[in-house]
Design a protein around this ligand. Structure first.
Ligand code: T1G
Length: 694
């Protein structure tokens, strides 16, 4: 039974029951129509409540049905039936009412919600627009400005905010069904007029609607650069303002019809399901119990401080350990400064700041953190230091504690060998800035126990990260595969391109920044140190670009010295091309005996992306990553790869694996060993298969 029909006194109750999230399948749509018709026909029924079974109202249309031929009845028909009902219909919302879920609620005459409920129209995030009346009805209930914000961002509003906006008529404590039935009875008793939103005019709050739309377009162009759906959603809202309801609705239907099969929407659906897939591990099921989660962080440097903030941001107490009180105070001062900046930008209130700072407790000895369930080490990136820390942790931490390292390059197994409990050791690799970037690479060592992996996954969720599990190799999955892009970017500059040309190509592709701007942000000394640590083991016959070292040696360390691959004006982070750097580059090309040549944008894109894709294929065949989609999720959340392109593996599939393979072979011929094609890439290309099953 997808929609159960029952009665409480004179109120009919339609209970949506389609686990896990009450998605609006055919049976649910039909069930709602049958239910409302029965209620209308029954003289003993005076009002109707629509409620979801379980912890969700309705999560929206069933995304798995997209791309298949639509089956009647359409959702809008079911919603129209609810709205047209002569008897009052009340939506009772707990959990989420998203997409079609909120559209069902907006078709009802009244809405009540629990305090924890959330309502939203996230359609743009999966590349489409709300297609069952949300675009037309939300502005009518919440006003144009608020509706624009919600529809274009796709972000939900919590019940109290939704009540303020008028989307929800009442926030109720206590049992939701009881309260909703009582609400419905009051509507009947008080003979409240039924509010059919289609008949309500759109409020613009006295503002010029054209200006509001223009500003929403500009914001969307910045925040979701390259993505079509937010702009199309604004087109739909414009129609809602200028056309009669049914005409606007028909236009929206036409637009969504175009968007559903579009490449962007396919990629965004792929990203949605990939993210959920990444949480699933073949050898770890629900029977593996996660441990509790009181936490400590070692090291109050940039990384450690950022990690401590992740806990505080999630409302979880955390201890921060430094060897000296002075270093600890410096770390805490940095945290204070970052929160102060957030207050200044209006992202959090001064009270939020105080609460968060309070959650971070000082510790200056290992004994002080010994009772923590999980400790994350973010000490200096050097094996000797790490081993010393882990030997100390082995002595200090209670039995069963998870011992995690935030190393980005070192061998987790070797670090684990410094303890007598390697089964408790795991890599938890945060990306910089740790409190902002959402990827958490969960690096499973050879001996890491299953419950330690499961605990790390729970931890990731708790602190709002997207955890993706991988195995041990140099640089792990994300940085190892991205390193190839940086490598080629450097070679391209030696061969004839300039940093701003390379950066522009990748920026235009949809990356948030190009590799040279990223290097300036991260610090040119950081990658310099990594290269020095590799000098001893780097094969002498491999091509190596000395140019970055020369930029470093010229004292250009990036944004922090206002000079790196670019120059920077005081107080401005905009990278400006610098003739001094150009001179270093030209000299470096000459010294390497390279005759510079014009390099096309196509070559830049292919060299940078295919180098990484080839490496991703090697990572996959080595079994370091479990699935191609896991690598994609890492690039989406670790590097801001444009979500509407799915990720590098998915992108390779859209280009065509055979085409990528041909290009890799050609680059191999031209540039030698570093381009050795991955056997997996070759195999897929030759058999006409794809990485992601696209
Ligand atoms: N369709 C199909 N499956 C869905 C789904 C959906 N809408 N939402 C979730 N799932 C699956 C998900 O894949 C996972 O499956 C399980 O449910 C639990 O999800 C007409 C056209 C609801 C907040 O975009 O935001 O309505 O992996 O792990 O963290 O205008 O899922 O277990 O097999 O994410 O508690 C708009 C998307 C649709 C909502 C729950 N709606 N979902 O989060 O659990 S378009 C959305 C979510 C639409 C109309 C248009 C979240 C969630 P499995 P989960 P969660």
């Amino acid at each position: 039974m997808s929609v159960a029909y029952s009665q409480q006194g004179s109120v009919a109750v339609l209970t949506i029951d389609n686990p896990p999230v009450n998605a609006l399948s055919v049976a649910v749509r039909q069930g709602m129509i049958d239910g409302i018709e029965r209620a209308i026909a029954d003289p003993a029924v005076a009002a109707v409540v629509v409620i979801g079974k379980g912890k969700t109202f309705i999560a929206g249309a069933d995304i798995r049905e997209f791309g298949k031929p639509p089956q009647p009845p359409r959702l809008s028909v079911a919603i129209a039936a609810l709205e047209a009902s002569p008897k009052p219909v009340v939506a009772a919302i707990d959990g989420v009412a998203l997409g079609g879920g909120l559209e069902v609620a907006l078709g009802c005459h009244f809405r009540v919600a629990t305090p924890r409920a959330q309502v939203g129209l996230p359609e743009v995030k999966i590349g489409i627009v709300p297609g069952a009346g949300g675009v037309e009805r939300l502005p009518r209930v919440a006003g144009l400005e608020a509706a624009l914000k919600m529809i274009v961002s796709g972000d939900p509003a919590r019940a109290p905010q939704a009540a303020k906006l008028g989307i929800v008529d009442a926030v109720v404590e206590g049992d939701l069904l009881t309260e909703a039935v009582a609400f419905a009875q009051r509507v009947v008793a008080e003979k409240k007029p039924l509010r059919r939103l289609r008949e309500v005019p759109i409020e613009t709050g006295g503002k010029d609607w054209r200006a509001l739309l223009a500003s929403a377009r500009a914001t969307a162009a910045k925040q979701t650069r390259g993505q079509i759906s937010p702009q199309r959603a604004i087109d739909c809202i414009e129609n809602a303002l200028t056309l009669p309801f049914d005409k606007a609705f028909a236009e929206t239907a036409r637009i969504i019809g175009e968007l559903i099969p579009s490449e962007q929407a396919k990629a965004l659906r792929y990203a949605f399901f990939s993210e959920r897939e990444a949480a699933k591990l073949p050898d770890i099921d629900a029977s593996v119990q996660a441990k509790p989660l009181t936490a400590a962080v070692i090291g109050a440097g940039t990384m450690g401080a950022g990690i401590a903030m992740c806990f505080a941001d999630a409302g979880t107490p955390v201890q921060l350990l430094e060897s000296s009180a002075a270093a600890l105070d410096r770390g805490l001062a940095r945290i204070d400064g970052l929160y102060a900046e957030m207050v200044q930008k209006g992202r959090i209130t001064p009270e939020d700041k105080a609460k968060r700072v309070e959650l971070i407790a000082k510790a200056t000895s290992y004994d002080a953190i010994g009772q923590a369930d999980i400790v994350i080490e973010a000490a200096f990136e050097e094996m000797g230091v790490k081993k010393e820390v882990f030997a100390k942790l082995d002595r200090a931490m209670k039995p069963g504690a998870v011992l995690a390292t935030n190393t980005s390059t070192l061998d987790v197994n070797e670090i684990a060998s410094a303890t007598k409990r390697p089964e408790s050791v795991i890599g938890l690799h945060f990306f910089s800035p740790a409190n902002v970037m959402r990827l958490l690479e969960i690096v499973r060592g050879a001996k890491t126990a299953k419950d330690v992996v499961a605990t790390s996954q729970v931890l990731a969720r708790r602190i709002g990260k997207v955890g993706v599990v991988c195995g041990v190799c140099h640089g792990f999955v994300a940085n190892r595969s991205r390193g190839q892009l940086t490598r080629e970017a450097n070679f391209l500059v030696d061969e004839g391109a300039l940093p701003h040309q390379v950066d522009k190509v990748l920026y235009d592709f949809g990356m948030p920044m190009g590799p040279f701007a990223v290097a300036d942000l991260a610090g040119i000394d950081v990658s310099w140190r990594v290269r020095r640590s590799q000098d001893a083991t780097r094969p002498k016959d491999l091509r190596y670009s000395p140019t970055a070292d020369r930029v470093h040696d010229a004292g250009r360390l990036g944004q922090k010295t206002a000079k790196g691959w670019y120059r920077y004006e005081p107080g401005n982070r905009a990278p400006l091309p610098d003739p001094e750097v150009e001179a270093i580059i030209l000299q470096s090309s000459r010294d390497q005996g390279i005759t510079r040549r014009p390099i096309s944008d196509d070559e830049i894109l292919a060299r940078c992306l295919y180098a990484s894709i080839n490496e991703c294929a090697k990572i996959l065949e080595e079994g370091i990553a479990l699935r191609a989609s896991d690598i994609d999720v890492m690039w989406l959340y670790g590097f801001g790869f444009p979500r509407w392109r799915g990720g590098p593996m998915y992108y390779a599939d859209t280009v065509g694996v055979a085409k990528v393979y041909d290009a890799v072979r050609e680059f191999h011929r031209q540039h030698g060993k570093l381009w050795e094609p991955s056997p997996l890439l070759a195999k897929l290309a030759e058999s006409g298969k794809t990485f992601t099953g696209r």
